[in-house]
Design a protein around this ligand. Structure first.
Ligand code: NAP
Length: 359
């Protein structure tokens, strides 16, 4: 097992890391900082497997530094709090999402939009005070209290973990872009981790929801289990033609490069298309349908801490969680291969505490 160079940090941690662009994960010893006055230490119980983890493992975006321990859908229990921490107590169930630090002084941080802070530090794969951050495929994490959220009492911890990224990433743009008007028609492009939670938010907001998918085998479940109203196979030109001009909003969660043109065609006049997927290659776009239909294209990056807490409370109220496949840590490489093939219903979650300790 490899050792991390970050030997100056006092706490010994254990997780699974990738060492190169093969993305293969294996056991890894590293170090974390001591719990400071404003910090919360969290024993990690569950961690969701986001497609962003896979992009990072494979260095799809070109900024991975190896070794990297992924994981930013963390749910765990508080084991220690600093002297300045009043909001959390030992024994609380909490969540840690995509970021663990921001400047706390810029315009964006002051508006609770830490996800747009130019100095934000990601939960993993970020430089941090001469070391690197490592994520939730590990036994514990030490996080400044600002970047920790309370986990709702009534939600299961494992199925709730994906809300920390998949959930907030679709909730935030739906709220910001006004995609919540009851009775309006939402298209959800890509039925994976983000997409399936988007269906649930759409229904909770009172929308009509249509899934736009490349996988016909997901249709029955999308409607019967996830609550979508209809299902459109994007590779079926006849059905796509028939659905043109019928949608008010589309949230695009597709992880691979694709053309935006068919999606724009599905929108009505004044329709909004928000992209949250992060393919490494540019998407094809002509401005003609935008101009001719006064359509809008936007993007969105997960959510700030205040909104993440709001989203979790909303999920607690509406009983929204992810549909998950719970896996052991040593099943992660197979899970990544399946995620690459869009073969997951609909989020892998690692049973971290129960499977890391037994290795
Ligand atoms: P996921 O579970 O793998 O789902 C992605 C879905 O995209 C697949 O299930 C598949 O749905 C569809 N898809 C895959 N390849 C495709 C292709 N070649 N053409 C058309 N559709 C394809 O991934 P995820 O975790 O939901 O993440 C989705 C994307 O969002 C990733 O790029 C991820 O990095 C990004 N992301 C962004 C943020 C943010 O803050 N903006 C946050 C989290 C994730 P169908 O089988 O239904 O076609």
């Amino acid at each position: 097992m490899a050792k991390s160079p970050e030997t100056e940090l006092p706490l010994k941690a254990f997780g699974w890391a990738a060492r190169d662009t093969s993305g293969t994960l294996s056991p890894f010893h590293f170090s974390r900082r001591e719990n400071g006055d404003d910090d919360v230490s969290v024993k990690i119980l569950y961690c969701g497997v986001c497609h962003s983890d896979l992009h990072t493992l494979k260095n799809d975006w070109g900024f991975t530094t190896y070794p990297v321990v992924p994981g930013h859908e963390i749910v765990g229990v508080v084991t220690k709090v600093g002297i300045n921490v009043k909001k959390f107590r030992v024994g609380d169930n909490v969540g840690v999402g995509v970021i663990v630090e921001s400047c706390q002084t810029c315009e964006n941080c002051n508006q609770d939009l830490e996800q747009y802070c130019p100095k934000l530090v990601f939960t993993y794969n970020s430089p941090y005070k001469g070391t690197r951050t490592h994520g939730g495929y590990s036994d514990f994490v030490v996080v400044h209290q600002r970047y920790v959220v309370q986990f709702p009492d009534n939600l299961p911890l494992d199925a709730g973990a994906p809300l920390l990224r998949a959930g907030i990433t679709v909730y935030s743009p739906m709220k910001y872009y006004g995609m919540t008007e009851p009775g309006k028609h939402l298209g959800v492009a890509g039925l994976g981790g983000l997409g399936h939670v988007a269906i649930k938010f759409g229904k909770a907001f009172g929308l009509k929801v249509t899934v736009i998918s490349t996988s016909p085998n997901k249709e029955t479940e999308a409607i019967d289990k996830l609550g979508a109203d209809s299902f459109l196979v994007s590779k079926d030109p006849e059905k796509m033609k028939a659905a043109m001009g019928t949608m008010d909003y589309i949230i695009d969660t597709i992880s691979a490069a694709h053309s935006l043109m068919p999606l724009l065609g599905l929108l009505k006049l004044n329709g909004k298309l928000v992209t949250v997927g992060l393919p490494s290659k540019p998407l094809e776009l002509s401005v003609f349908p935008l101009v001719a239909g006064r359509k809008l294209i936007g993007g969105s990056n997960f959510g700030g801490l205040k909104e993440t807490q709001e989203m979790l409370d909303f999920c607690g109220k509406h009983n929204i969680t992810a549909d998950i496949e719970l896996i052991r840590m040593d099943e992660i490489n197979t899970a990544m291969e399946r995620l690459h093939k869009a073969d997951v219903k609909y989020r892998f979650v690692i049973d971290v505490a129960n499977s890391l300790s037994s290795l």
